[in-house]
Design a protein around this ligand. Structure first.
Ligand code: NDP
Ligand code: GDR
Length: 323
């Protein structure tokens, strides 16, 4: 029988790749979308006739119950979040409502409507926060450094708690940063590749950035959505770290991207304190050994190739803008 999946956050980077992935696996795909006065479906417009979008909001418990009753999914992927870390200092309450309590609303709706539904929670390496050990694995203690990270720690533990309290098949994927041409323009990776493409085309003359010393473990989003799916296909629910195991600084990302275009980064990059965070996550590098052993998952795209993929896509976008 054809499986059904519900994705919250389907209009986001990961939601769009996951929807494509599940369609390719033969799933019937439902997506929760919130009502807005303008449409923001650019990441899923190419598959819109193959998926079913249902109006609702992770802030509204009634709408979650409704979408579960309507879609009758076998699997629910909770990707909805206020996911931009700096915004979590300017909107801490909203971030908590969406990114933390939103998880409880959805888990509770699942518990009420159909406890057999398999549930995936989008947890994050931001939960590790302040460096306590490297590489970080499933047993590394959490020490979040932003209201976003704190909210995600809540989302992680409420997922574990519903699994242990009610026997739900609920998994938490602790995903390290993953990027793609569909990454939002405010995130540093895409901000840089987009700026390089625009500088090359003569559309931009400077790039303002914050802390270049922070180190991240950057992977490729399409690889990571496969891991989400694999987690829900096991005999027992569990939590997994998903990462490449390599760490690079923001500085290295900047230099590599500018070098790929034959540009001298120092001519364009300006450090702007506006982009420096009240508290920083200095060093992330993940150990995805458990996912490799138990899920058979491995990343396929690494640092330099990832930057190349994103730069090429931004060049194409800029070119289409100009002509
Ligand atoms: P995006 O910011 O691209 O997407 C977030 C999604 O959440 C959007 O579809 C957005 O909808 C939706 N959303 C926001 N608020 C609500 C709400 N109140 N009700 C319903 N939907 C809402 O994030 P990514 O795709 O990058 O990430 C997906 C998930 O994975 C997030 O939970 C993120 O925190 C987490 N994560 C991401 C990592 C990464 O490196 N990308 C790493 C680890 C975890 P709209 O389009 O309407 O704004
Ligand atoms: P992050 O991603 O906070 O790791 O969260 P982001 O790309 O925003 O920042 C990465 C690092 O770059 C530094 N930085 C800048 N960041 C931004 N956005 N803009 C700048 O101008 C800039 N200059 C330097 C930051 O200080 C930081 O150290 C992402 C999100 O997708 C989360 O939702 C997810 O949980 C984590 O990845 C894993």
């Amino acid at each position: 029988m054809q499986k059904r999946a519900l994705i919250t956050g389907i209009t986001g980077q990961d939601g769009s790749y996951l929807a494509e992935f599940l369609l390719n696996k033969g799933y019937e795909v439902y997506g929760l979308v919130r009502r807005t006065s303008t449409t923001k479906l650019e990441r899923i417009s190419h598959i819109q006739d193959q998926i079913r979008l249902v109006s609702g909001d992770i802030l509204d418990a009634r709408s979650l119950q409704h979408v579960l009753e309507l879609a009758q999914p076998d699997e629910v992927y909770n990707l909805a979040a206020q996911s931009f870390v700096p915004e979590s200092w300017t909107q801490p309450i909203l971030t908590g409502e969406v990114t933390a309590l939103g998880v409880t609303r959805l888990l509770d709706a699942i518990h009420m409507v159909n406890p057999k539904i398999r549930f995936y929670q989008a947890s994050t390496s931001e939960m590790f926060g302040k460096v306590r050990e490297t590489p970080q694995n499933e047993l590394t203690p959490f020490y979040p450094r932003s209201p976003y990270g704190v909210a995600k720690v809540y989302g992680h533990w409420i997922t574990v708690n519903y699994r242990e309290s009610y026997g739900l098949y609920a998994c938490s994927g602790i995903l390290f940063n993953h990027e793609s041409p569909r990454r939002g323009l405010e995130f540093v990776t895409r901000k840089v590749t987009n700026a390089v493409a625009r500088i090359e085309a003569g559309l931009q003359t400077e790039l303002r950035l914050g802390n270049l010393d922070a180190r991240r473990d950057w992977g490729y989003a399409p690889d990571y959505v496969e891991a989400m799916w694999l987690m829900l296909q096991q005999e027992e629910p569990d939590d997994y770290v998903i990462a490449t195991g390599q760490t690079h600084s923001v500085y290295e990302w900047v230099v590599t991207a500018f070098n790929l275009a034959g540009l001298d980064w120092e001519r364009y990059v300006v450090i702007d304190p506006k982009y420096v965070r009240p508290a920083e996550v200095e060093l992330l590098v993940g150990d995805a050994g458990k996912a490799e052993r138990q899920l058979g998952w491995k990343p396929t795209v690494h640092f330099q190739d990832l930057i190349q993929i994103m730069l090429e896509a931004d060049r194409k976008m800029v070119h289409e803008e100009i002509v």
